[in-house]
Write a protein that binds this ligand. Structure first.
Ligand code: F0G
Length: 479
């Protein structure tokens, strides 16, 4: 199924440029805004050409003639599931008809990413009093253990096709792990800038394992971004942060997968953790394109949850309904989302507004409790991912989500990304007293039930039996 290729449209001023005209920092030359990839079938291309963009109008991309047909797409995507070709087995490139960003779409840089499981969370649903709670776990199935792989296969394939030798990113750890892996796979060199001492060990080990030049800068994530912006002006390196619009093209595909997994149904609500704020917008783009093509009848609400210590979007939504953002000095143990000046702020606001979603924040105590609850369901996730459940509790409590609404949490990273956090939690030395002080009695009792500290014993059978017995007495079934 051959479709016309793509263009880039500025999300700020709507200027449209051909892909090869993008600057190295992927910022619009007119207004500094970020780009979206648009296709002939994008609703923005078909219905909304603005006067400014008319010169190179997306409307010129022959909107109707190349429109992929919904039933043909459904059939093709199913067929590819049984193929043995890597490009078909990839949970991103299986949907390549809706991301025609490569000249040679049959040969991307792939590690068979995507194809991530959808789990139900019955105990969390029951505790919340809602009927239907699912978790799409992007940390399981993806080769480096986070949702970043879906975006990285797309953007790194573009880098390889355009002949770059070097790629680079600033990261809180997962983007760098994914970039290093895909770069190694493609035979490209990669440079990782990470904040020293502020990323989880699992992630740091990955970028070394995959052979990246790993630079730990004595600053935070936002400081790493500043240095990277300087580097790309001086060196011929391809930028792989989420300002790269091709990242979103891969990161929109879990929306396609999710609808397939729900046999064509659309949940009422999708909740993502928010850091640099690209992911919610990418998923929103995926749902929107499916809607434009007649694959689904409507787009779910998309809500974003931030850590209270790294909450510029939350503050902005409260104070000025997303009109502008004031950067914060970010501080949270959910290190993946420790970001004070999010690059995709505007895209996230647009997604929340257009889908009718919300932004919530969660404290360190609330994130830790939610992570333990997800762990106790036998699933587990990294701390940032657990912010989704913490935010959902608030959305239910304030009546924004009603019991019959179907909710999907996007769990973004594997629990083994940050084992230090989990061990500290269960040993009881993660949270400070002042962080626990605002907790309700119910929350404190749940912490008590869920904490399972390891016990060191002599190698003596009677001692072991006595300890197991004591544990059985104090552990309720299914706690
Ligand atoms: N969850 C995890 C596990 C992440 O690694 C990130 C972002 C997010 C959520 C937030 O997604 O930035 O699109 O809002 N990690 C980036 C990184 C910043 O460098 O790995 P976002």
């Amino acid at each position: 199924m051959k479709v016309a290729s793509h263009q880039l449209r500025c999300t700020g001023c709507a200027a449209v440029i051909p892909p090869e005209a993008a600057a190295a920092d992927f910022r619009c030359a007119v207004c500094g805004g970020l780009y979206d990839v648009i296709y002939p079938w994008s609703s923005i291309a078909v219905r909304n050409p603005t006067p400014r963009s008319r010169a190179t109008t997306p409307g010129n991309m022959i909107p109707d003639t190349n429109l992929p047909n919904a039933s043909a797409l459904r059939w093709l995507w199913q067929e590819r599931r049984t193929s043995t070709m890597a490009v078909d087995q990839s949970g991103v490139w299986r949907f390549r008809d809706l991301l025609p960003i490569l000249d040679n779409p049959e040969n991307p840089v792939t590690l068979r990413e995507g194809n991530t499981p959808l789990y139900d969370l019955p105990r969390s649903a029951k505790a919340l009093g809602i009927d239907f709670l699912l978790a799409k776990h992007q940390g399981i199935g993806n080769p480096t253990g986070s949702f970043k792989d879906t975006g990285m296969t797309a953007a790194l394939s573009v880098a390889a096709e355009r002949g770059f030798d070097w790629v680079a990113c600033a990261s809180t750890g997962n983007t760098s792990a994914a970039m290093a892996a895909y770069a190694a796979r493609a035979g490209l060199r990669s440079i990782v800038l990470i904040p020293e001492g502020k990323i989880a060990w699992g992630k740091l080990s990955q970028s070394m394992d995959y052979g990246a030049i790993t630079l730990q800068l004595r600053t935070d994530f936002d400081g790493c971004v500043r240095i990277l912006s300087e580097l790309i002006r001086r060196l011929p390196i391809y930028l792989l942060n989420s300002v790269n619009p091709y990242r979103a093209e891969g990161q929109k595909t879990p929306a396609f997968e999710l609808v397939e997994q729900l046999e064509g149904q659309v949940p009422e609500h999708v909740i993502v953790p928010g850091g640099n704020l690209a992911n919610g917008a990418a998923l929103g783009k995926g749902f929107r394109e499916m809607c434009d093509l007649g694959l689904i009848p409507r787009v779910p609400r998309i809500s974003v949850v931030q850590a209270q210590g790294a909450n510029p979007l939350f503050r902005s939504m409260q104070e000025n309904d997303g009109a502008h953002v004031t950067p914060v000095i970010a501080d949270t143990r959910a290190s993946a989302i420790r970001i004070g000046n999010p690059a995709s702020f505007r895209k996230a606001v647009a997604t929340i507004h257009s889908t009718g979603g919300w932004c919530e924040q969660a404290s360190e105590q609330e994130i830790a409790l939610s992570k333990a609850e997800i762990g106790a369901e036998g699933i587990g996730c990294e701390p940032a991912s657990a912010a989704t459940l913490a935010g959902l509790k608030k959305l239910v409590a304030n009546g924004r989500i009603t019991p019959e609404e179907r909710v999907v949490l996007i769990l973004t990273g594997h629990t083994l990304k940050d084992p230090e956090y989990t061990i500290a939690y269960h040993r009881g030395n993660l949270l400070r007293e002042d962080e626990l002080a605002p907790a309700t009695l119910a929350q404190l009792s749940l912490h008590q039930t869920l904490r399972k500290p390891p016990t060191v014993l002599d190698a003596d059978t009677d001692t072991v039996l006595r300890t197991i017995d004591a544990a059985i007495q104090t552990t309720p079934i299914h706690a």
